[in-house]
Design a protein around this ligand. Structure first.
Ligand code: SAH
Length: 252
């Protein structure tokens, strides 16, 4: 091929790629971020923290890089500061909570994410319950509500936010979000001194809550509401979360 026609062909391919090939999604994930996120998911599978195909799939689809603070190694398995004395939880904690709640995040179910922070888990829940389900994130720092909406809009869960099956509320999460109760799944991303009664009340019979409880020494508690309305509580593991508290106490 002559150089001039080669150049012409190259230009044509460039134009087709840039302007004609349809953009299927609004968000753009670079090859590098897809690979790094995949490697993180494989690492968590290798160590047995991700046990199911469903959790691997959702953590593949929701790219942690779209939620982690800039300037930090987004795909490392550690918590990272997001300002306002809060952190994005470590990937192994996100994976653990998704595994514990998987059966309660089936398509069409309802989930509440208290202390939704960056919105990472809230977005994962939305993917799991789908458009027929409902997910409410409750966060009490206005700037984090805004940040999480920005993050979710970059992610694969953006459509759920737009269509209304996913929403983030600015409120005190200790009170839950009674308007959309009862929930099949409740996740609390900050450590409570005691399990708030209002959250137990908002759990559906057959539903499950995962909540860190304690002060310095904390346990991740799994709270199951039985079909007769009674409650069973067990400790899953020792953890370290920021406190579930008032806005004033958190910022001081
Ligand atoms: N799962 C989130 C965790 C963020 S850290 C993530 O990985 O991004 C815990 C969050 O709980 C913080 O964003 C903090 O602001 C929030 N929080 C603490 N107490 C709260 C309360 N009473 N009501 C609502 N949110 C609260």
């Amino acid at each position: 091929m002559e150089v001039s026609s080669y150049m012409g062909l190259a230009t044509l391919i460039f134009v087709i790629t840039m302007f004609v090939v349809p953009q299927h999604s609004q968000h753009f994930r670079s090859r590098g971020s897809v690979d790094k996120n995949k490697a993180l998911v494989e690492h968590l599978q290798y160590y047995g923290i991700i046990k199911s195909g469903k959790v691997a799939e959702v953590m593949d689809v929701i790219d942690r890089g779209e939620f982690a603070p800039s300037g930090y190694p987004a795909y490392d398995d550690s918590p990272m500061p997001i300002g306002y004395n809060a952190t994005i939880s470590a990937p192994h904690m996100h994976a653990t909570c998704l595994q514990l709640l998987e059966e309660h995040l089936q398509p069409g179910m309802r989930a509440l994410d208290v202390g939704s922070g960056t919105g990472y888990l809230t977005a994962c829940f939305a993917i799991m319950v789908g458009a027929q389900g409902l997910v409410v994130g409750v966060e009490h720092i206005p700037q984090l509500v805004a940040l999480s909406i920005e993050n979710i809009n970059k992610s694969s869960a953006a459509a759920f936010l737009k269509e209304g099956s996913l929403s983030i509320k600015l409120a005190d999460g200790q009170l839950g979000w009674p308007e959309s109760a009862p929930y099949d799944a409740i996740h609390v991303g900050a450590a409570a001194r005691e399990i708030p009664q209002s959250l137990i009340d908002q759990l559906k019979p057959g539903g499950r809550m995962v909540i860190p409880v304690g002060d310095f020494f904390q346990d991740l508690k799994v709270v199951d509401k039985n079909l007769d309305g009674s409650v069973s509580i067990r400790s899953e593991m020792s953890v370290r979360y920021v406190p579930l508290t008032s806005r004033e106490a958190q910022l001081s």
